[in-house]
Write a protein that binds this ligand. Structure first.
Ligand SMILES: Cc1cc2nc3c(=O)[nH]c(=O)nc-3n(C[C@H](O)[C@H](O)[C@H](O)COP(=O)(O)OP(=O)(O)OC[C@H]3O[C@@H](n4cnc5c(N)ncnc54)[C@H](O)[C@@H]3O)c2cc1C
Length: 305
């Protein structure tokens, strides 16, 4: 087992991880960025290991002290660091070390279709018996169509995502009409995907030695205006970089700096939910919100438990 000393090791090179790593490295700290998929291998001032999957955190006493990671085709390694940032997205396996188990406020199943919407339209939402659908322009003549449904339908959805999506569409007349004669897009955009936890925030966003950023920490649902997910991830990255810089330089107490990170990140999340959600009066069919089966608090506040 090898050991590598870093100030910060970041798991995940999506929007949140890439920006956090760049901002922290730009302030002169030693950063390691791990990404399980191929990604741009350059991080000014830092080290990028692509095709390397973070599999667990290293815990020493009360602190997280590093990450175990699995480079493709090589033995597992340990990257020791003064702080770990989990930016590995909505399906993070690491976040449980900070926030515990997260209940699901819903399950999204979606794909892109070459559907004729008749005119250029923004995101729209359509309630139906099991939850609600959204449709949104996805560029290149494609329309993204997805259903957010109750967590208790997870087994059915995961067993047959394509069948579930078309079954839900049949139960929602506006979507059924939209998809009549429409083909799924070719390649990746047409693949039917399933994502849990559509709109949520974890109940803790830090512990000693570890922060959650981006979709690992919180996400806004498909009823939000476009770009807010990325905006929120960037905001979290900026707040994390500021907290980490203070802690690493010794100008701020770790607990105070990280608690301030969490407080301001939650403010940003709340303001996105408050101001960035499409109001019901803009939605067709006078849709009820939340959909049946989701508690008002969970759906509106995005808190999953
Ligand atoms: C269908 C869909 C549509 C969306 N549309 C919009 C939109 O129109 N506008 C908008 O602003 N937002 C949108 N979002 C949300 C937006 O994509 C995210 O909020 C934003 O990208 C946050 O990114 P992130 O970096 O936290 O996570 P991600 O972008 O998911 O990045 C996580 C990264 O971590 C890597 N990773 C995962 N596990 C590991 C591991 N164990 N070890 C190493 N690496 C790992 C992944 O490969 C990935 O590169 C959409 C999301 C979805 C699912």
């Amino acid at each position: 087992m090898s050991s590598e000393p870093y100030d910060v090791v970041v798991a995940g090179a999506g929007t949140a991880g890439m920006l956090t790593a760049a901002l922290v490295a730009g302030r002169g700290h030693r950063v390691l960025l791990l990404e399980r998929d191929p990604c741009p291998g350059v991080l000014p001032g830092g080290v990028v290991r692509q095709r390397s999957t973070a599999v667990n955190v290293v815990i020493e006493g009360e602190r997280v002290a590093g990450l175990r990671h699995l480079p493709e085709g090589a033995p597992a390694r340990t990257a020791r660091a003064r702080c770990v940032v989990d930016a590995s997205g909505g399906d993070s396996l690491l976040r449980r070390h900070v926030a515990g188990a997260r209940g699901s406020s819903g399950l999204a199943v979606y794909a892109c279709f070459r559907a004729d919407t008749g005119r250029a339209e923004g995101p729209r939402r359509f309630p139906f018996g099991n939850g609600w659908f959204w449709t949104a322009p996805a560029g290149d003549g494609l329309t993204q169509v997805g259903a957010v449904v109750r967590p208790d339908l997870a087994d059915r959805v995961r067993a047959d995502p394509e069948g579930a999506l078309s079954g839900f569409a049949e139960a929602c007349p506006p979507v059924r009409d939209l998809l009549t004669g429409a083909a799924r897009a070719a390649g990746g955009p047409g693949r039917v995907r399933v994502r849990p936890h559509w709109s949520y925030t974890d109940h803790r966003l830090w512990r000693r030695g570890m922060l959650l950023v981006g979709d690992a920490a919180c996400a806004v649902g498909a009823q939000s205006l476009p770009s807010l997910g990325t905006h929120l991830a960037c905001r979290g990255a900026g707040l994390a970089a500021r907290a980490l810089d203070g802690f690493l330089r010794g100008t701020a107490d770790e607990a105070e700096a990280f608690a301030e990170f969490e407080r301001r990140y939650r403010e940003a999340y709340d303001s996105v939910l408050r101001d960035g959600i499409l109001p019901d009066e803009c939605l067709p069919h006078g849709g009820t919100f939340p959909p049946p089966g989701l508690s008002a608090g969970a759906a509106r506040a995005g808190v999953s438990r």
